[in-house]
Ligand binder design. Structure first.
Ligand SMILES: *Cc1c(COP(=O)(O)O)cnc(C)c1O
Length: 225
């Protein structure tokens, strides 16, 4: 079977060019996928991988160490699991409360570069989703920026899967405005993580700088996640 990676990269390039925006980073979301599938994509040049579950991710990170991959935690994180995450990941995209900021900062080894952190925003105010409210971004950003072992890099969102494209666009546009405001105060907060397999081209048009793509790259997940 032909790899979907070149097609997705070219879709990203085209969407960015059409919108007059920089080409976004592709995060390959590898939750539930076997190590061999990650290694195959890495052999094609893919560097950044996203995982949701800490135990599953740690096993893969260990098995693939030496490939120079960049690991992003994109799933909900309990503070009591912050230590291995702070040691073994380069990014955490799901930071949404002060207690987690403190736990990650405390456990990030001082001899490693700062852990890159995104604030997850519950942009459609869904009770089923994690993430902070937009009004909580400023306080969380200040808490992250005050920690020398953390680097505030921007915002992440998982908008509701609206069937109506206008509602999808509205959620992406609200995120873009929030990220632009944050970037104005924190120049290092240059990242807006939004867009998945079904809507990444729209997300790029609306300002995403990083898209998180799972099924379109790997096929269906091995078990429902
Ligand atoms: C699973 C997941 C994705 C990827 O979703 P696909 O629809 O398979 O592309 C992206 N972001 C988060 C937070 C996820 O949990």
């Amino acid at each position: 079977m032909q790899s979907p990676l070149p097609g997705i990269l070219s879709n990203l390039q085209n969407a960015a060019q059409a919108a007059g925006r920089p080409v976004p980073t592709l995060l390959a979301v590898s939750k539930t996928q076997p190590t061999a599938a990650i290694a195959a994509l890495a052999a094609e040049g893919q560097r950044a991988f996203g995982e949701n579950y800490v135990q599953e991710a740690l096993a893969k990170i260990e098995a693939l160490q030496g490939l120079g991959l960049e690991w992003h935690l994109i799933g909900h994180l309990q503070s009591n699991k912050a230590e291995p995450v702070a040691r073994h990941f380069q990014w955490v995209q799901s930071v949404d409360r002060p207690k987690l900021v403190a736990a990650l900062a405390r456990h990030r080894p001082a001899d490693l570069p700062p852990l890159n952190v995104l604030i997850q925003v519950n942009i459609d105010d869904e009770s089923s989703k994690h993430g902070c409210q937009p009004a909580q971004i400023d306080a969380l950003a200040a808490a992250i920026a005050a920690e020398p072992t953390l680097q505030l890099r921007g915002l992440m969102a998982i908008p509701a899967p609206w069937p109506d494209p206008a509602r999808r666009h509205a959620a992406f546009a609200r995120m873009h405005a929030l990220q632009q405001a944050l970037h104005g105060r924190y120049p290092q907060a240059d990242t807006l993580s939004m867009g998945m397999s079904s809507d990444y081209a729209e997300a790029v048009a609306d300002g995403a700088t990083l898209v998180r793509i799972g099924t379109a790259l790997f096929g269906a997940r091995v078990h429902p996640a």
